[in-house]
Write a protein that binds this ligand. Structure first.
Ligand SMILES: [Zn+2]
Length: 316
């Protein structure tokens, strides 16, 4: 008889929604380790991964799986304060990533501050300590290679924990038709160009009018613009995505960026500035009358993540 069984049972009970609140403690890890493979695989992945306050300690740093379906081992934290950045929303504990991501953010922050007229980075969500699907906010950010940076420049003072929770972002693209001219600046354009110019960075997501403004602004070598991808929901922050680093055999790469014109400023941007991609969001078709009660989709379980994520969950 395993002495952790009552707790393991509580975790299972919580996972299938019959009481017992999900608790956060190191003890949970032992409880998880005590579960059989079959039991573990049935747990909702976002509940399991959001219960970890710390990364794995004995495993090599690795992104595992895909940006929107995976986990990470050996993550490191971006320090909440640096010479050219501050992490916000500390209560979320999402300032974790692969060492390559942390190094990249520190470099971008210091170089943009030194050369682009950008005061410093406000860093929002990266990944949870062991990655995995988040209980709120993102489909990706699961393998320690994604980070959200606000378009709000860093304030001149070191913010309190409360300020970091309460701060409201400035919105660079308040509508899908254009940027707010009072927020747009040369400095933000230079910051985005710099971020897109690092070879490790594979994609940067921004709302379409921000890409349009960059296409208008850029002169000389414009090839970096191809990496700047127009997408929904990036009007107050941009999203940096690193390519799978070398020596990460279980990292599943995304198809390389391909644009017809080498920048994506032509046809592709025209599509995103048109109505077509937004129709579904702005005018969703009326839901058909259900003939029988609709079951909500089942949450992603551990079984649907790469097998290596099981070790990440049970590791110390
Ligand atoms: Zn993001």
């Amino acid at each position: 008889m395993n002495r952790h069984l009552p707790l393991a049972a509580a975790i299972l009970a919580s996972a299938i929604g019959i009481g017992a609140a999900w608790s956060q403690s190191a003890y949970d890890m032992r409880a998880l380790a005590a579960l059989s493979d079959a039991e573990l695989m049935k747990l909702p992945a976002k509940k399991v991964f959001s219960s970890f306050a710390l990364p794995t300690t004995g495993m090599k740093s690795r992104p595992i799986g895909f940006y929107a379906k995976g986990c990470q081992s050996g993550a490191v934290a971006l320090p909440v304060d640096g010479p050219a950045w501050q992490v916000i929303r500390l209560s979320r504990n999402r300032n974790w990533g692969q060492p390559q991501l942390v190094t990249l953010l520190e470099r971008l922050a210091t170089e943009a501050q030194a050369s682009d007229g950008w005061n410093g980075l406000l860093v929002g969500d990266m990944s949870m300590p062991r990655g995995g699907p988040m209980p709120s906010g993102h489909a990706s950010h699961q393998i320690g290679l994604d980070a959200d940076i606000w378009f709000t420049p860093m304030p001149d003072h070191r913010m309190t924990v409360k300020e970091r929770e309460d701060i409201k972002p400035v919105v660079l693209a308040p509508t899908r038709h254009g940027v707010d001219k009072s927020v747009w600046s040369e400095a933000v354009a230079r910051l985005l160009k710099r971020a897109a110019s690092y070879p490790e960075v594979e994609r940067i997501f921004v709302n379409p009018p921000i890409k349009a403004a960059l296409c208008k602004w850029a002169t000389g070598d414009r090839s970096w613009l191809a990496k700047v991808r127009p997408y929904y929901n990036h009007n107050y922050h941009f999203h940096i995505r690193l390519a799978c680093p070398p020596g990460a055999p279980n990292c599943r790469p995304q198809a390389p960026v391909h644009t017809k014109d080498g920048t994506g400023c032509g046809e592709e941007l025209a599509y995103w500035m048109g109505n077509a991609p937004w129709k579904r969001i702005e005018h969703p078709p009326p839901a058909p009358k259900p003939t029988k009660p609709v079951k909500p989709p089942a949450p992603l379980t551990l079984a649907s993540l790469p097998a290596e994520c099981r070790a990440v969950v049970t590791a110390e």
